[in-house]
Design a protein around this ligand. Structure first.
Ligand SMILES: [Zn+2]
Length: 267
């Protein structure tokens, strides 16, 4: 886990960035209810919570973090080593999507795969979107440069998914498009208990109460709302523990139904 402080000019004020289409009055009411004063909320300070799953037979990494984005990111391999896991021990790396803060640790300082023995997994549409010539989008050229630096060197280790599958026993891919074209969630099951890694389908706990509020850089608005409702229903009905990559650390909690909507119960 590392922290990144994002403020102008990188992003607009967090309330405008995260809830770009929220009606002003309703947004203020929601922020007030959570003790957030929009005028004082000038930087989005976010953790980057990558997950290491040890199934006994497989060592699976979910996302590789924001290597190089700030001075305090880029410690994934060192932190794994500190808990007795070497880069060569990782046999599967699941990339939930290809935003720079999720794939930064794919390669080392020389641009070589950081996990040389791993099979890397990404959704087919996600790979196609970032590696092909793009029409005009909300993304800038430098986004594509960073992404290609961290995606192309691992292409010979890459498996592309086009359907919901079990990646290794107990760890499954759940399609969750909208944040990006091929964004996926990851389900980890053990002894009838489930952890649902939602990655960036929700960037902030308030998106659980308002799945219709999208962030400024998310373009498929109807799709992301649909994906969020699907994941909330799944998490609530299957009593899964949910993990938000950018939620306040450790980012874990449960979703409970509240009237016709949902509420976040962090643990
Ligand atoms: Zn993202």
């Amino acid at each position: 886990m590392a922290l990144l402080r994002m403020s102008r000019p990188l992003i607009p004020p967090p309330a405008d960035f995260l809830f770009a289409n929220a009606p002003n009055k309703m947004l203020k009411k929601s922020l007030d209810a959570h003790g957030i004063e929009a005028a004082r909320w000038v930087a989005f300070v976010s953790p980057f919570t990558c997950v290491m799953v040890n199934t006994g037979r497989h060592k699976v990494l979910v996302d590789t973090g924001a290597d190089g984005l700030t001075p305090n990111t880029g410690k994934l391999v060192r932190n794994l080593h500190a808990v007795g896991i070497e880069a060569n021990d990782i046999d599967t790396v699941i990339l939930t999507h290809a935003h720079d803060d999720h794939i930064g640790g794919n390669t080392d300082t020389e641009g070589k795969p950081a996990f040389p023995k791993a099979r890397y997994i990404i959704w087919k549409e996600e790979w196609a979107f970032w590696t092909s010539e793009q029409p005009e989008t909300v993304y800038k050229d430098e986004d594509f440069t960073f992404i290609r630096k961290n995606l192309l060197p691992i292409q010979h280790q890459m498996d592309l998914l086009d359907r919901e599958v079990e990646i290794v026993p107990g760890v499954g891919a759940v399609p969750a498009p909208g944040h990006t074209p091929g964004h996926m969630a990851v389900s980890v099951c053990s002894n009838l208990r489930q952890l649902l890694c939602i990655s960036d389908a929700f960037l902030h706990p308030l998106h659980i109460e308002h799945p219709e509020w999208h962030a400024a850089h998310e373009v498929a608005h109807e799709q992301i709302t649909k994906t969020r409702c699907f994941l909330l229903d799944k998490a609530a009905s299957e009593k899964a523990l949910m993990l938000g990559f950018h939620f306040p650390f450790p980012g874990l909690g449960h979703v409970v139904r509240k009237g016709t909507g949902w509420r976040w119960q962090p643990i």
